[in-house]
Design a protein around this ligand. Structure first.
Ligand code: NAD
Length: 488
């Protein structure tokens, strides 16, 4: 069982080693108590991890896909066994409510490993119909056969955000390992301990040394060294657009492959003919699902004038029923945000919403709780594009509402701004909703739902990212296409 005295180390080339920069404390956002001490990697540790992954790549990339599938399944089974130990640890370091931790933070990882083990051969080869080629100066003609195969990219640096540490990382590890890549894992500094435990699971499952390496660091030193390493072929990053831009500029120097999953500001268009209850339940997820710390949340409600007042009233009433506080209590819906610095940032946004003409319908006051970084569910109505709370990502339990008159105006408001990750349309007319969805500059659109289909592609338009994963698209993300041509 993990205790505050448990020692956490880096995993580099199959060895559990102390970090070059010692350790640093991980703080429970609900209690402000220390959960444990994480290893604090140096640039030299990052270089060693990337080198170990590069050494392991040739042999690992030539293993039979079924061998890789067996190992992924074994990791999933071991993860299931570690559930009882992992849940309290991940809950404590993320501050997520028990419900969110039990349903989404931990079991999703095993599900993802099994998914990519199951599909291990599904996207490997694409047969091309024979092509009749005339004789040219290049060579004799004939019937040319061809196959396009997926080859692993090489060493993948997988760098993730703090909100769902295991879920986000497993979405990278599953397809990357299944394709035959080796990986250096770099979780967010705020809550990396569950990821170190995940490293133990991979170690125990029998992955060869260097195939999975775990790098944890408090600041940007190790992450920057990893991105810059000549041994890294691909950076798969989930995090803010600002850091994604920095990674893109460094990775571009060596033509590193990129999967960038960045910020979002989910537009949620609610038409007059929508089922208001359905829309309210969906929008409430901004408050109820990990205190709005999710890139896909429907935070920017764009409501048609005929339904506007009813929607705002229903959201206000709903917010009043949500209990904020101890994430371990069964009836708690909103736990804390990740740090005091982040709470200050969220509160600053709410103040700016009022200053720029928004109406704080509910929330806006710091909950009266002794310890922890809590933010009340907040609703800001009477907003308009151009306000900071409308244009920028807040990443907290804050919903803003903007009115509109007709479909074209709704689409124009939704498409304004830098982000295009996940939008939503609520209408009783699903054909109209589909038509509007196709006009949205967004990688994903939910029609009358915030629920996902994990086989669909996932990723962002515009500044919300580059590339796609999700389902079989995960195999695409972590592979290079290689065409092989022969005379028939
Ligand atoms: P962040 O960008 O601050 O940090 C993400 C990761 O980048 C961390 O591991 C951090 O250590 C690392 N990092 C920081 N500086 C770096 C550098 N110079 N070089 C390389 N790595 C560096 O993001 P966060 O606060 O952890 O997460 C919140 C953000 O993540 C939000 O913007 C949210 O929208 C986004 N997010 C996006 C998705 C998606 O799928 N699109 C999913 C979850 C979160």
């Amino acid at each position: 069982m993990t205790t505050p005295d448990t020692e956490f180390r880096l995993l580099i080339g199959g060895e559990w080693v102390e970090a070059g920069n010692g350790t640093y404390p991980i703080v429970n956002p609900a209690t402000e108590q220390v959960v444990g001490h994480a290893p604090n990697a140096s640039a030299a540790d990052a270089a060693a991890a990337a080198a170990a992954a590069a050494d392991a790549f040739p042999a690992w990339s030539r293993t039979a896909p079924e061998t890789r599938a067996d190992l992924l399944n074994r990791a999933a089974d071991l993860l299931d066994k570690a559930y009882a130990d992992l849940v309290p640890l991940v809950q404590a370091e993320t501050g997520a409510t028990m419900r969110v931790t039990k349903q989404m933070q931990v079991p999703m990882a095993a599900t993802r490993f099994r998914r990519y083990a199951r599909g291990i051969r599904e996207e490997l080869e694409i047969p091309i119909p024979p092509g009749i080629m005339p004789t040219t100066a290049l060579g004799p003609g004939g019937i040319m056969g061809a196959v396009v195969r997926r080859a692993p990219v090489g060493v993948v640096a997988a760098i993730t955000s703090y909100n769902f540490p295991l879920t986000n990382m497993s979405g990278k590890l599953g397809p990357a390992l299944a394709m035959g890549n080796t990986v250096v894992v770099k979780p967010a500094p705020q809550d990396p301990l569950g990821i170190v435990k995940l490293g133990e699971v991979f170690d125990e499952a029998g992955f060869p040394p260097g195939v999975v390496n775990i790098l944890v660091g408090e600041g940007a030193e190790a992450a920057e060294a990893l991105v810059a390493s000549k041994n890294v072929d691909m950076v798969s990053f989930t995090g803010s657009t600002a850091v994604g831009q920095m990674i893109g500029s460094v990775a571009g120097r060596d033509m590193k492959r990129l999967l960038l999953e960045l910020g979002g500001k989910g537009a949620c268009i609610v038409f007059d003919d929508a089922d208001v209850k359905q829309a309210v339940t969906a929008i409430m997820s901004v408050w109820a699902f990990h205190s709005g710390q999710i890139c896909t949340a429907p935070t920017r409600v764009i409501a048609q004038r005929g339904v506007y007042d009813q929607l705002v009233e229903a959201l206000e009433a709903a917010a009043g029923h949500l209990k904020v506080g101890d994430p371990l209590a069964k009836d708690t819906v909103l736990g804390p945000v990740i740090t005091g610095v982040h709470r200050d940032r969220v509160e600053g946004y709410v103040r700016s919403g009022a200053e720029q003409g928004g109406t704080i319908v509910t929330g806006g006051e710091r909950p009266d709780i002794d310890a922890g970084y809590f933010v009340a569910p907040t609703l800001i109505a009477d907003c308009r594009p151009g306000m900071k709370v409308v244009d920028e990502e807040i990443f907290g339990p804050v919903v803003v509402v903007v009115p509109f008159d007709d479909d074209d105006e709704a689409v124009a408001i939704a498409n304004r701004g830098d982000f295009g990750l996940y939008d939503y349309v609520f209408s009783g007319d699903s054909a109209r909703a589909y038509d509007v969805a196709t006009q949205l500059r967004s990688g994903n659109v939910g029609v009358n739902t915030v629920q996902r289909n994990h086989e669909a592609s996932f990723g962002g338009f515009k500044m919300s990212g580059v590339g796609r994963d999700g389902g079989r698209f995960g195999f695409h993300a972590y592979s290079e296409l290689q065409s092989i041509v022969w005379p028939g």
